[in-house]
Design a protein around this ligand. Structure first.
Ligand code: HEC
Length: 203
């Protein structure tokens, strides 16, 4: 008798297991532990009676600054460009390794396609006539360009060059500028007159 009970039990078990595999895919099935399927917290995109606007995904309050984020308060105007040139200084101290490592990498990824790996303006896009050639970093126009103006131009774009504000953050912008500066200084060689260089390099 015990043997028959066992057989019946196993048969029932196998049938129920198999039947749970064969199902109608349009039917959501039965929830046997609803608490686990439905979170008691509000889901991100659902209505929310707690907030006035009924939105669960609340926006950050106006004027809040994300951790590690930076607000650039100089306006995108010709006056702002001049102001940046005379007042904005690099707040970071970079090591030579950082400039030659991460700085060079940021430059290669974001800038070299137009400005060229050497910074002479002979990048790939101008070479195939897909973009006007940018001025060389070593020519009269840019060799002594204050770093504040460089920052402003990377932030907002300049002429045909678009803004890089969303691609590279505050620190990365200064790091890539420090790399541009290091290329310029290398070209000037020893004994060159010092440029308006605010990039601090740790020993
Ligand atoms: C799509 C091509 C392109 C890319 C990519 C590009 N630039 Fe430029 N850049 C230009 C052109 C063109 C100019 C000349 C703009 C003008 O004076 O009208 C320029 C000008 C500049 C200047 C001079 C700005 C000034 O104030 O006169 C700097 C500095 C500069 N770029 C840095 C960068 C850096 C750093 C990057 C990468 C983060 C970069 N550029 C990426 C095309 C590019």
């Amino acid at each position: 008798m015990a043997r028959i009970t066992k057989i019946v039990f196993v048969a029932l078990l196998v049938t129920s297991l198999l039947s749970s595999c064969i199902r109608n895919y349009k039917n959501p099935g039965r929830e046997y532990m609803p608490d686990m399927a439905h979170s008691t917290a509000y889901d991100a995109s659902t209505l929310n009676p707690v907030f006035k606007d009924s939105v669960t995904n609340q926006k950050a309050p106006a004027g809040s600054i994300g951790r590690g984020k930076f607000i650039y308060s100089i306006a995108n105007t010709p006056e702002g460009y001049e102001l940046a040139g005379s007042t904005i200084k690099n707040p970071f101290v970079f090591s030579k390794e950082e400039i030659d490592g991460e700085g060079k990498k940021l430059y290669t990824v974001n800038c070299a396609i137009c400005h060229g790996t050497e910074g002479d303006g002979n990048g790939h896009l101008p070479s195939i006539d897909k973009f006007p050639q940018p001025p060389s970093y070593f020519g009269d126009a840019l060799a002594n360009l204050p770093e504040g103006k460089m920052y402003h131009s990377v932030m907002y774009g300049k002429g045909m060059m678009g803004s890089y504000a969303s691609q590279i953050d505050h620190r990365e912008r200064w790091l890539v500028i420090a790399y541009v500066r290091s290329m310029q200084n290398a070209k000037k060689g020893a004994g060159a007159s010092p440029v308006s260089d605010t990039t601090k390099i740790s020993k």
